[in-house]
Design a protein around this ligand. Structure first.
Ligand code: B1M
Length: 235
């Protein structure tokens, strides 16, 4: 066999059409290729794609496919971690672009993934979109317990508390946090928004959140609305 037949062909991402490039990026995300995802992200931006379009069409859509195959037992945790890492490489490039507003902060948000849960891609996206909408975001990271939430609320005095959960086993912890705020007579001090794939409107209402947000864009719109309402009520 000729030696060069063994060498895998390198794909020149820059030579692909937009459609082929996004399809290739879905494959690269699936394969956990962080460098290729960073390169593809930069190429699409160089073609004047809006950062939000790169995020949604190239990255989030690719991660959706990863999620389906994870659910169906085709992909396993190590592969999904690599995919998540590749997604983060693209998000790191988009983050400053999505956050570019130049305006003074319109409000403050403390956000975290709840105790027992280490999923942070969606929460990070929400943080990025909130920054893009003009919020200062204090991100407590993953596996955040009620004491950490309370400590951050006390320290930063935000307008909004945001909680994320991706597991049906961790979403009830959001109620633990809200109930603790109630028991300490602190609930009225903050608007509470919640989100994550297994949640829905009904769950948000049942645990006493101010709003359930289905995605990062809705979270940014909802946070802006809630802050405006709080300010109007305070006048
Ligand atoms: Co996990 N995982 N995972 N996982 N993982 C899910 C969530 C799962 C649905 C996969 C599946 O079975 N199809 C499933 C949960 C099933 C369930 O509870 N019903 C699952 C499981 C079971 C697990 C483990 C238990 C697997 C195991 O160990 N056997 C384990 C749990 C670990 C733990 O947390 N204790 C686990 C581990 C992992 C990895 C570490 C490998 C990795 C996480 C890496 C990371 O985040 N750094 C991972 C991943 C990547 C996923 C999937 C594939 C993708 C999640 C994601 O990033 N989506 C996921 C399948 C899926 O959701 N399709 C899955 C992309 C992201 C942009 O979307 O996070 O939904 P999402 O965020 C959206 C909205 O939900 C919303 O806006 C975001 C952007 O638009 N949103 C908010 C989210 N938070 C919000 C907060 C808001 C507002 C909106 O306000 C504050």
């Amino acid at each position: 066999m000729a030696e060069d037949q063994n060498i895998e062909e390198e794909i020149d991402l820059a030579s692909l059409s937009d459609d082929d490039l996004t399809a290739q990026m879905h494959d690269d995300l699936y394969d956990g290729l962080a460098d290729e995802i960073a390169e593809g992200t930069n190429i699409l931006l160089g073609r004047d794609w809006a950062p939000s379009r790169v995020l949604n069409d190239a990255l989030v859509e690719g991660m959706r496919v990863v999620g389906i195959d994870f659910r169906d037992g085709i992909l396993f945790v190590p592969e999904v971690l690599l995919a998540a890492n590749a997604m983060k490489a693209g998000m790191a490039i988009l983050r400053p672009l999505l956050a570019e507003t130049g305006a003074l902060p319109i409000g403050k948000v403390v956000i975290g993934t709840v105790k027992g849960d280490i999923h942070d891609i969606g929460k990070n996206l929400v943080g990025m979109m909130l920054e893009g909408a003009g919020f200062e975001v204090i991100d407590l990271g993953i596996n955040t317990d009620v004491e950490e939430f309370l400590g951050a609320l006390d320290e930063h005095k935000p307008d909004i508390l945001g909680m994320s959960a991706l597991l049906t086993t961790t979403m009830p912890y959001m109620k633990v946090v809200i109930d603790t705020l109630l028991s300490k007579s602190l609930r009225e001090e903050y608007s509470v928004i919640v989100g994550g794939a297994p949640l829905n409107e009904e769950f948000g209402e049942a645990i006493g959140a101010d709003a359930y947000c289905r995605d990062a864009a809705v979270a940014a719109e909802t946070a802006s609305r809630l802050v405006a309402e709080r300010r109007a009520a305070a006048v």
